[in-house]
Design a protein around this ligand. Structure first.
Ligand SMILES: [Zn+2]
Length: 190
């Protein structure tokens, strides 16, 4: 956790002694105590954290925030990815986030977005959803004419049945292949 010689960079005489303290933190009204890594110089008494200690402290905070936000922990993301049989690089191709995204999620360097979290859970729970995502990874380039034809084949339809006329309109996604004989959009006022 420290330089090889542990020499204090401030006084240049003492040596840094690694310490582990408790750091009370608060996030969205929830509090906890996180381990806090730092070093104390045995000569000048200055407290400092090196790069590795700072990284450990930051990861502990990110992990706590994930817990409060109800997101998958880094270990859970790793377990989920391995269950799906993906390398970190392939997971980024399937789910997005950039080439080093999963390395960062799994080490608690960054928190995945709520959208990414839901996508991961969906893929883990519904094999067919994962297959669709994995197939899209194999289709290169990502935005091809074929892809856009598929996108055009789907539309959002407002469903106003007599029974639900007093309720909020129900939006549902329909495939044009099953609604060719119907107008794609129905007038809400009709
Ligand atoms: Zn010192």
């Amino acid at each position: 956790m420290s330089d090889s010689n542990n020499l204090c960079p401030i006084c240049g005489e003492g040596h840094l002694q690694p310490q582990v303290g408790k750091n009370p933190v608060e996030y969205k009204g929830q509090t906890t105590e996180l381990e806090f890594y730092f070093s104390i110089c045995d000569a000048c008494g200055s407290e400092q954290s090196d790069a590795a200690q700072l990284r450990a402290n930051k990861r502990a905070m990110v992990a706590f925030k994930k817990q409060v936000d109800g997101l998958l922990s880094g270990a859970e993301v790793r377990a989920l990815r391995e269950k799906l049989g993906l390398s970190q690089a392939d997971a980024a191709k399937v789910f997005g986030g950039g080439p080093v995204a999963f390395c960062k999620y799994e080490s608690d360097d960054v928190a995945q977005s709520e959208a990414m979290d839901k996508l991961l859970r969906l893929a883990a729970e519904i094999p067919a959803a994962f297959e669709v995502l994995a197939q899209r990874m194999d289709a290169a380039p990502v935005v091809s004419p074929v892809d856009w034809e598929e996108v055009r084949g789907w539309s959002v339809e407002v469903d106003i049945s007599a029974e639900s006329s007093t309720k909020r309109p129900q939006l549902r996604v329909v495939s044009s292949s099953t609604s060719m004989d119907k107008p794609r959009w129905r007038n809400i006022a009709a």
